[in-house]
Ligand binder design. Structure first.
Ligand code: SF4
Length: 467
């Protein structure tokens, strides 16, 4: 089965190959992956990185991420870092501390740092009421200079975002949103404790469009309890009719030993692996036949959307929010558990709220770990991003940028990739490496060949698979 789309094709490699090559692996929203970050990287290290970046690149543009960790109800499949509460006293305090963190960070951001992207994620940012959302936006715009054309996006839970709140979001500057849908089948929704009828989702989307939102994304999940090919087809029919600009189709990884909420999901209710694969392939077929470009991993975008254009232009990038169209921006992340990337450095905040508060309230940044990429890391970062985002490595481009001889430097990796070539998952040419349509669903397994750290230990077991 081959699915063609404009400038794009993805092919089912067969269940046997999928299971053999789909080893647990990272999603490469960073390289090295966050579990390699070092605890020696302190708040002072982060301050130094911010200051030096301002001196050397005073006009480097910024992408801001704001983490809002609260949700009113638990979704049983959830593996995010969040706090379940209905108490807005907690979010009130969080916003105050967020303001202090903005003060601390912006003090060290010298130069003319214009914000091109601002994203609110969580948790569930629409947990905040209108007044709180306005306050957070003011907190940001008082300290950072937003470009007039800035992409300002928010993750939206339709249950906490009725039309009136959507209009409010537009009025305070939001122009993009990602709506959490997951599945529209009532039985599935009950089983995962996330009940949001189709009409509710449609009202959120319609109001967003009427209010001027662009590039609206919808998140779906396959592999949830009681899903079948037939039930998910119905969900997908409705989603295609709603016609969001982007769709993310995530795999549910059942890891109850890591995520307590998942213990509320009965293993017996989950679809079998062949059923899950069929659901996934049906979805890819339907979406690519209906005007969506397969971006990679879990993402689809209309061929006119910026994500698809960025992939075609070779400027697509991955970061902690998934795929991004702004590779040149430094990422300043605010809030508990958020991770910044400034030039070739990562800085991670404390994950839990009390530790985050303790640092910020004593006038210190909440950095607990981080990483400065060395020359080899930067080279591998570029190669892995090319595989993940473009499905291709042009050796000459890498050689020119890093002053290496590709085949000599990656002799070990090229030998390992022979195994993939034999199964038709990659094409190894003299001047380039290409992930074939058959290899696209296994792209992270291809990328893992270039990850130096994965060779060194057994942490790979902690990651999930695609089916
Ligand atoms: S899935 Fe989203 S809304 Fe549900 S508990 Fe997790 S973070 Fe909250």
């Amino acid at each position: 089965m081959t699915v063609k789309a404009a400038n794009n094709a993805v092919e089912f490699p067969g269940l046997e190959i999928l299971q053999r090559f789909d080893v647990p692996g990272p999603r490469y929203t960073s390289y090295p992956t966050a579990d390699r970050f070092k605890k020696e990287f302190s708040p002072d290290s982060y301050i130094k990185v911010l200051s030096e970046r301002g001196e050397k690149h005073p006009n480097a543009t910024l992408s801001l991420y704001v983490h809002i960790p609260y949700c009113s109800n638990i979704c049983y499949y959830c593996g995010c870092n969040k706090v379940i509460t209905k108490d807005h006293g907690q979010s009130k305090e969080y916003i105050e501390v967020l303001g202090k963190e903005c003060d601390l960070v912006s003090k060290h951001l010298t130069g003319n740092r214009i914000v091109e992207q601002l994203h609110f994620g969580g948790g569930s940012p629409t947990f905040l009421d209108n007044e709180e959302l306005t306050l957070v936006m003011k907190t940001i715009t008082d300290r950072f200079q937003l470009s007039e054309s800035a992409e300002i996006s928010i993750e939206v839970d339709p249950r906490s975002c009725p039309p009136e709140k959507v209009r409010h979001l537009a009025s305070i500057g939001f122009n993009r949103m990602s709506i959490g849908v997951q599945d529209l089948d009532n039985r599935v929704q009950i089983a995962v404790n996330r009940i949001q009828p189709y009409e509710m989702v449609k009202a959120t989307l319609d109001t967003a469009r009427d209010s001027g939102f662009k590039s609206i994304n919808m998140d779906l999940i396959y592999g949830l309890p009681f899903q079948s090919r037939a039930s998910f087809k119905e969900t997908l029919d409705k989603i295609i009719e709603l016609s969001p600009d982007r769709i993310a189709l995530y795999h549910y990884a059942h890891l109850p030993e890591h995520f307590k909420a998942q213990r509320r999901i009965e293993v017996a209710d989950l679809p079998s692996t062949p059923e899950k694969v069929s659901i996934m392939m049906d979805a890819i077929t339907r979406l690519t036949e209906n005007g969506y470009h397969y971006i990679g991993m879990d993402h689809f975008a209309k061929t006119t959307d910026e994500l698809a254009t960025a992939q075609i232009n070779g400027t697509l990038q991955r970061n902690f929010q998934g795929y991004s169209t702004k590779p040149e921006c430094d990422m300043v992340a605010l809030g508990a558990s958020s991770i910044s990337k400034i030039g070739p450095c990562y800085a991670a905040n404390a994950r839990d709220i009390p530790s985050y508060y303790e640092s910020i309230n004593t006038g210190e940044l909440a950095t607990i770990r981080g990483y400065e990429l060395n020359d080899d890391d930067q080279l591998r970062y570029r190669v892995i991003m090319n595989v993940m985002c473009q499905f291709e490595i042009v050796k000459k481009d890498i050689e020119t940028q890093f002053g290496i001889h590709f085949d000599e430097y990656f002799d070990y990796e090229l030998k390992a990739l022979k195994h993939f070539e034999e199964e038709g998952l990659v094409i190894l040419e003299k001047d380039r490496i290409e992930v074939t349509p058959k290899g696209k669903l296994l792209v992270r397994a291809v990328a893992m060949n270039f990850d130096r750290y994965l060779r060194e230990d057994e942490r790979v077991r902690r990651y999930s698979r695609i089916v």
